[in-house]
Design a protein around this ligand. Structure first.
Ligand SMILES: *Cc1c(COP(=O)(O)O)cnc(C)c1O
Length: 404
């Protein structure tokens, strides 16, 4: 398991942190680390970067990303409101998502959103109607789902149907000039996740180009933008593989030339924010059961659901220093369901009640991808770390905060 350690200063600060009695666990995001990482991602002129807000919509994260000149991919009214309330111009927003209603499209347009990824013919029709009504001509990308004929090499390893976008055959039934109030500027494709291999990613992107170029031609518009979504991975399981950014940029420069597009876009989620974040919780009990070591933690999938739905634990370590040998522990949370497991992970074998366990890569798909309401537990606190200071963005909240 590759645990990504916090900086020494942050670790010292966390060891002296006294959360109140109601703090079962908390997230902390190292904003300087995030800014440095994003600066590196921005040192290229191959792709235009968007941030997929669903990975982590915390105000301070959004502000740090905005300062780096990265724009925002929002997929709900809530995400749009959160981005706008950070003082970000709605012109910097791209709207994706399979469940855009006619009213939502119209409201987003009225609020100044000008770039839409369309996932159905209804969405396209509704955008046309709203744009005409409001006297606007927004940019649109059609979201495409590709499949491969049986027997052909499918880089995705399966042709499962998803609600994201439409197949090329379905999109071929329209022509751009039927929608004069919509500026067809490109195509969007994203049907892979947590990729850790540059070669595989490049092979996949390469295979997308010919069918996409053919589709744009058929629908009748110039393919100006190709949006390749997100899916650049994080090595949760310690496989030793990871996407090298420079290599990815060199590969994408080839894709850009091959597709003949002016702009390539990526909407990064976890690759942008996962590594800046940690989650810390306490050991409430330790026991040996059927010969196995078990730790019961103060919080589990109520604060970190992802391991239960993907089978990929967040890498963990003991917060304090220990030179004891490690052994594997089953990590359980407080929920009365066997689903509440954060994995079977190595920890020093002197770990005991009252110790703190820290999980890394928790900057993405942590706080908002959880199930905090079950069994009336507390909402996790969120902190940011900057200038050697731990700043509380939201304190832990008891169940009385949300129960009626
Ligand atoms: C979730 C999502 C992303 C980000 O995915 P990551 O795997 O976190 O990079 C990008 N684009 C769209 C449309 C998404 O739904």
């Amino acid at each position: 398991m590759t645990f990504r350690p916090p900086s020494n200063n942050l670790k010292q600060r966390l060891m002296s942190h006294q959360g109140g009695e109601s703090e079962q666990g908390y997230f902390v995001y190292d904003l300087e680390h995030l800014a440095e990482h994003l600066t590196k991602l921005q040192q290229q002129d191959v792709v235009k970067l968007w941030y997929a807000v669903k990975a982590n919509p915390l105000s301070k994260i959004i502000q740090t990303i905005a300062q780096q000149g990265i724009n925002f991919d929002v997929a709900s009214r809530g995400e749009l409101a959160q981005v706008i309330s950070q003082g970000i111009d709605s012109k910097r927003v791209l709207n994706t998502g399979p469940a855009k209603s006619k009213t939502q499209i119209s409201d987003f347009l009225r609020q100044g959103v000008n770039t839409f990824v369309l996932e159905s013919i209804n969405q396209l029709t509704w955008l046309e109607e709203a744009a005409k009504e409001q006297g606007k001509r927004p940019d649109a990308l059609l979201r495409v789902q590709l499949s491969w004929p049986d027997g052909e090499k499918n880089p995705l390893g399966g042709n499962s149907l998803t609600p994201f976008g439409l197949g090329t055959q379905e999109w071929s039934s329209i022509t751009a000039n039927q929608f004069p109030s919509v500026n067809f500027c490109g195509l969007h494709i994203f049907q892979w996740g947590n990729m850790l291999c540059n070669n595989k990613m490049f092979e996949l992107w390469s295979q997308m180009v010919p069918p996409l170029a053919a589709l744009a031609k058929q629908v009748g518009f110039d393919l100006h933008v190709l949006d390749l979504g997100g899916g650049l991975g994080v090595d949760y399981e310690g496989t030793g593989n990871q996407i090298d950014w420079q290599t990815a940029m060199a590969d994408l420069a080839k894709i850009k030339a091959e597709a003949g597009v002016q702009e390539l876009w990526l909407e990064l989620g976890r690759y942008a924010v996962a590594e800046c974040g940690y989650y810390v919780t306490k050991v409430v009990d330790r026991k040996t059961n059927f010969g196995e070591q078990q730790l019961i933690l103060s919080a589990g999938i109520n604060h970190l659901l992802r391991p239960a739905i993907t089978d990929q634990p967040f890498p963990a370590a003991l917060l304090r220093n220990s030179s004891a040998d490690t052994c594997d522990f089953y990590l359980h949370g407080p929920l009365c369901t066997s689903m509440d497991s954060l994995g079977n992970l190595p920890l020093p074998n002197d770990v005991d009640v009252g110790d703190q366990v820290i999980f890394s890569f928790a900057g993405a798909y942590g706080f908002t991808e959880s199930m905090p309401l079950f069994l009336c537990h507390e909402i996790a606190a969120e902190y940011v770390y900057r200038n050697n200071e731990l700043i509380e963005v939201r304190a832990a909240q008891p169940a009385s905060w949300y129960l009626q």
